[in-house]
Design a protein. Sequence first.
Length: 89
Amino acid sequence: MANIKSSAKRARQNLKLRANNRYFAATARTYVKRARIQLAGKLEESEATVLLATKTLDKAAKKGVIHRNKAARLKSRLMKALNKVKATN
């Protein structure tokens, strides 16, 4: 453990921030995965899950947990897949 008060506080803050960042990153991954799986199912449910996934990706990007270009790329791929499903139905 750190000997200096400020570095000890910084270590405590880093633990909290890391836990928070991991939560947002994991949540975004989960919703993206659910959306990909749902794209094989019903169209109405697919649209809802894709919108929820884009929302979580935007939140993660806004907080700096993932890069904004990565969020844009993932959202683009989800929308492309959704539009492909729409075209076939």
